[in-house]
Design a protein around this ligand. Structure first.
Ligand code: MCN
Ligand code: CUN
Length: 797
């Protein structure tokens, strides 16, 4: 693949064909030179530094807090406790999931790492030192750590501050037709059941969360520099929570070093920094360390699932039923569309034609950190996809069938689209069999099966050699939330705006509400404008992450940027193009009806030499040209895009592993991934997104877990214990693609940012279990887990 780099070759600055195609990311010029500007790089005059005192206990009553020692520290300016916030009505604040959460604990602590006090000092070291000078007297309480025990009659009560609350139950929610599903199971030739845990994991972005909060004494505005994936939504939330009107708040997200969903929520540290800035009058910076990030910010998953799959004896699926116990931690603080307590989990029939399906999800409180959907999750589609992809393999195992055959038999056919699934989602487009066949062909599936049989025979004969496993996953995603009628976050409808201005010289500025955290928006959104206006992507400056400079929108998560903001940008550009046509008509003194658009210019139909380029039109629109009365000068357009539906990307993955039967060590030998995200704007960026997600999949399948001991102590508070995959664990990815455009997206594009994270874990797990001939064992498949599973005793987290 050739890459266009104008710094090396100025001629290459010509637009890539149609604006779409592989090109180097514009933003990487500053990143590879170490010139990115992140929140922690911001240093304001007179800035103070905050540090958070956290609970050592998972569950304890707070008897007293003595801040005297810390206040006596010469460099400490303030110490804030829950009691201080309580006086301002800020100790407890509403969450996005119809609950409240403690900002600083007042009555008791409910998880290890919970925020108790906030110290503000002249430097970070003094703030941290002073934490040790705060004296908190605790009365330890028994915690509830295992979600499966949370509803026991004698379980400790996590949320006893709510009068009348008698248990740890958060919600019950269901989707699908229970009666029809029961009937399908009653009539089934065969039923397989399986208990699966999708363990608690963490997005663990390279950059932790942070904020610099400042009250501008001149303008009397609150200016917040923050690691946020959703600047405008955060502005509305800060206004609601602090009482400062929205026009007096400016949120700036500079460069972000990875979000993965971790930077959607508002955290107590942010609110404490804002509060500290108001009481000290000085800017206040707070930056988490790694342990704080892993212990207290949005975790992901933690779904205990009981799956049941009904089928004919030859493997045609006739029903799918699942019962989920969802561990929400101490507060229900999931960041997701507010009408969906289990996110989009109810897309759990995946890529298969299963019309009898029902799921029931019960949420419970435990003494663990709150959060819930983050980590490239597509709002719980990770859990749903893992469930169905694992259940299909369990079914194949029980019936003695080839998992590829079972998939072939049950995949939706292309002629079934648009397809309404059993729980009401309408899949926009897809060709699933084609993706599967392509993946199997790339992997040389038949040859792999032959090698597997040969290796197994050899192992059985000699007790030597590695076992080979082949795992499949044929997943469907749903990304690009809204439509706003069905989806809102904190009451804000999920639509996005984009604004485009063409400068007098024909270059342009695109202002977006979405916010890149590493996805390359400065490049790909410039390519969208290039595609629509026929100018170079290098001639488009993309502005994001500053609420003073960008239009309102809901931000970047749920892979919604391309489906929603991308559609807004394309539509704004088309409006500019139509405006340009009218200007061109005035310039050429011709009827607009006689003009046609060709390669970046409006030209006279039948006389292509007569016409005007976008730059000439822009100059004229800003100049003294006489325009018709109803035509404003200048050249700009905007769009607020409310998507008519989500987009449904999909893929077929084949993972090949080798397992050392003596140690349980897994080596991923190959990974074939065929993805379909509709039209690809920048194939290189898309492939980068897939590479990252595949690595995530290996991480979750083989090593990542936030584990706790029975006292609720967090056992993964550093990268020594919370393991992330590196290049060493990843093979050289083998990517393929099919292109099935979204029929309702103006560019035919679907989101891709989470596909691989959603689809990959099941492929890896299926491969490892296939190698060792075990029906099921829970993630992460560490050597100890694989070794135990091979001996018939898989470990349970
Ligand atoms: N793209 C494209 N053609 C398509 C689809 C996408 O060229 N048909 C490009 C887009 O223009 C964009 C990128 O691929 O530059 C991802 O686009 P999209 O699928 O719209 O996803 P978002 O931009 O909304 O990114 C969010 C998604 C999420 S939710 C998580 S979590 C995640 C992910 O992105 N976090 C990431 N990928 C990440 N990648 C990095 N480097 N860092 C993160 O924090
Ligand atoms: Cu769920 S993680 Mo991404 O949607 O920011």
């Amino acid at each position: 693949m050739t890459l266009v780099d104008p710094r090396r070759d100025p001629a290459a600055a010509a637009p890539v064909p149609n604006g779409f195609g592989p090109m180097l990311r514009k933003e990487d010029g500053r990143f590879v030179r170490g010139r990115g500007r992140f929140v922690d790089d911001i240093d304001l005059p007179g800035m103070l530094h905050g540090a958070v005192l956290r609970s050592p206990y998972a569950h304890a009553r707070i008897v007293s807090i003595d801040t005297g020692g810390a206040l006596a520290h010469p460099k400490v300016r303030a110490v804030i406790t829950g009691a201080d916030l309580e006086r301002r009505g800020m100790a407890w604040l509403p969450t996005l999931s119809h609950d409240v959460a403690a900002v600083l604990a007042t009555d008791k602590v409910r998880y290890q790492g919970q925020e108790i006090a906030f110290v503000v000092a002249e430097d970070r070291y003094s703030a941290r030192d002073a934490l040790a000078l705060i004296d908190v007297e605790y009365e330890p309480l028994a915690p509830v750590v295992d979600a499966r025990r949370a509803l026991d009659p004698d379980a400790p009560l996590v949320r006893d501050e709510v009068p009348g609350r008698a248990d740890n139950h958060v919600f019950d929610w269901e989707a699908g037709d229970a009666a029809a599903t029961d009937a399908a199971f009653a009539a089934a030739e065969h039923v397989s059941t399986c208990d699966l845990l999708y363990p608690r994991v963490h997005p663990a972005p390279l950059e932790t969360c942070g904020i610099v909060a400042a009250l501008d004494p001149v303008t009397d505005r609150l200016v917040v520099h923050c690691t946020t994936q959703a600047p405008h939504a955060h502005r509305t939330l800060y206004a609601t929570l602090t009482g400062i009107p929205e026009h007096r708040i400016r949120i700036v997200a500079p460069d972000i070093g990875g979000g993965f969903g971790n930077k959607v929520a508002l955290y107590p540290g942010y609110l404490c920094a804002v509060y500290a800035a108001t009481i000290t009058g000085a800017p206040v910076k707070w930056t988490e360390d790694r342990s704080e990030n892993l212990m207290s910010t949005s975790f992901a998953r933690d779904y205990h699932m009981h799956g049941e799959i009904a089928a004919t004896k030859d493997g045609r699926i006739t029903g799918l039923r699942v019962r989920v116990l969802a561990d929400h931690g101490a507060f229900n603080g999931t960041s997701q569309p507010s009408k969906f307590p289990a996110g989009f989990f109810h897309i759990f029939t995946g890529s298969y034609a299963i019309q009898a399906a029902h799921c029931r999800v019960t949420g419970v409180y435990t003494n663990k950190a709150p959060g819930g959907v983050a980590y490239a999750c597509s709002f719980r589609i990770t859990e749903a996809s893992y469930l169905v992809e694992r259940m299909v393999d369990v079914l194949a195992f029980d019936l003695g069938l080839d998992p590829a055959q079972v998939r072939r038999k049950n995949l939706l056919r292309p002629e079934q689209f648009p397809y309404r699934c059993a729980t009401g989602w309408v899949y926009d487009s897809g060709d699933y069999p084609r993706a599967l066949e392509q993946a199997l062909e790339m992997a040389e599936y038949a040859e792999l099966r032959a090698e597997q049989a040969q290796r197994r025979a050899e192992y059985e004969r000699t007790g030597e050699g590695a076992l080979l496993g082949i795992g499949l996953s044929t997943f469907t995603e749903a990304v690009g939330a809204g439509p706003k009628k069905q989806m809102d976050i904190g009451g804000l409808g999920m639509a996005d705006a984009a604004e485009l201005s063409v400068h007098p010289d024909g270059t342009a500025e695109l202002r977006l509400s979405c916010m890149s955290q590493g996805q390359g928006h400065e490049t790909t959104f410039a390519q969208i404008i290039a595609h629509e206006l026929g100018i170079s992507p290098y001639a488009v400056n993309v502005v994001q992450g500053d609420t003073d400079r960008t239009p309102f929108g809901l931000g970047t998560y749920g892979s919604r940027s391309t489906p929603v903001s991308g559609a807004a940008a394309a539509t704004a550009a088309r409006r500019v193009r139509e405006r340009a046509k009218l200007v061109a008509a005035a310039m050429l003194e011709i009827s607009p009806a006689d003009l046609e658009w060709e390669a970046g210019r409006w030209q006279v139909r039948g006389d292509p030499a007569a016409g005007a380029s976008l730059a000439e039109i822009a100059r004229a629109a800003h100049g003294s040209l006489e325009l018709p009365d109803d035509l404003e000068g200048q050249l700009s357009g905007r769009c607020v895009y409310n998507p008519p539906n989500l987009t449904f990307p999909f893929g077929a993955y084949v993972c090949v592993v080798e397992v050392d039967p003596g140690t349980g060590q897994v080596r991923v030998r190959r990974f074939v991934a065929v993805d379909d995200c509709g039209v690809r704007i920048n194939p290189t960026v898309v492939e980068g997104q897939i590479h990252g997600g595949l690595a995530d999949g290996i991480g979750m399948a083989l090593m990542e877990v936030l584990a706790f001991d029975t006292d609720g102590n967090h056992l993964g508070a550093s990268f020594m214990d919370y393991l992330l995959p590196t290049a060493l664990e990843c093979p050289s990815w083998e990517l393929g693609q099919t292109v099935t455009p979204s029929p309702h997206h103006p560019l035919g594009a679907k989101g891709i940012g989470e596909s691989a994270t959603v689809g990959a874990p099941a492929a890896v797990v299926n491969a490892v279990l296939d190698a060792i001939g075990v029906r099921h064992a829970d993630m992460p498949l560490t050597p100890a887990q694989v070794w135990s599973a091979m001996r018939g005793r898989p470990l349970r987290t």
